[in-house]
Design a binder for this molecule. Sequence first.
Ligand code: CS2
Ligand code: MG
Length: 402
Amino acid sequence: MKITNARVNITCPGRNFVTLKIETEKGLYGIGDATLNGRELAVASYLSDHVIPCLIGRDAQRIEDIWQYLYRGSYWRGGPVTMSAISAVDTALWDIKAKAANMPLYQLLGGKSRDGIMVYGHANGRDIEESCAAAEKFLSLGYKAVRVQSGVPGLETIYGVSKDKMFYEPATKGLPVEQVWSSAKYLNHIPALFETIRERLGYEFHLLHDVHHRLTPIEAGQLGKAVEPYRLFWLEDPVPAENQESLRLIRQHTTTPLAIGEIFNTIWDCKTLIENHLIDYIRTTIVHAGGITHLRRIADFASLYHVRTGCHGATDLSPVCLGASLHLNLAIPNFGIHEYMRHTKETDEVFPHDYYFENGALYLGDKPGHGVDLDEEKAAHYPYNPAYLPVNRLEDGTMWNW
Ligand code: CS2
Ligand code: MG
């Protein structure tokens, strides 16, 4: 089944998305998400200028061979730009293969291991009261798991607290916004947030929190220990994870489960954390960690060490990534939970899909492929609009982690 054409679509229905469309001689086509928040054009160029010329004429059925060709053949292997491009190709080719088999993608991955995919929503507020009310709202919508983020007294802005109650988009138009951070102020505040949440809303739902790479290992150990009475489902990205050994220090101080990996791009980024039991959930995604082919490898490796998946699912990962991720997470044995930040109405119109939310989980339809499409006509109404993620500085001006 020869690849006859491939093109990159960039659209901005509320936020920028990059999508690869691969067409074959049989008239079948597949699509893959290639969105890298704040660096969209880098991946678009990598695909258009360096990958697509090498795809034309290849057999679309040879998914693994094309993956290895693009990974080993790049010489400069790995990293977010290269791997987002490879991910998009891989996702599109699996979409084509499932369409050719006239099956929903999960059937080619071993079939259903469960009916629905438990998801967590994002409750947030400017203070504990607002965050608690937001969490209650998500529970009333049927969510069984809620991530709670809150403003911190003395800090003007913070990760995860949005103006809109259902949608959260951190990227802003124009050059990066500079935010100010204080770990001391954050650590003084957060345990009381979870104490209040559990006191008011009880323990019958999963409570999650994203530290977003901002603490040192010993601070993360302190926080993990302080929140143990509130039984978190996970503490996410407690520290930047370039030095995976740092997690040993956190593990020595707390049994609060840890989740890392949304910014990882290959199994090599996860290896030390997984094989040393330094994490409990791996957050790698279809769009940034090599597509179905590589994410399946990571999930299988993780299953040897009792690590479960907790795939990233923010608004800057398109419905194409979410749809494909749901198919993989429906099939694998060590599914943990899936993030679900709802996309805007415009985004859902540009990317028609058959997954749907019900009673705390996402469910898939039975359309052949990964079940998500790209309406190129609607996409054309939303031209690319440059946007950046914020940057973070400490109160003394030192650059920090956003
Ligand atoms: C966050 C993301 O959802 C999460 O866990 O870490 O919202 C992250 O900030 C964005 O994906 C960055 O683009
Ligand atoms: Mg996160």
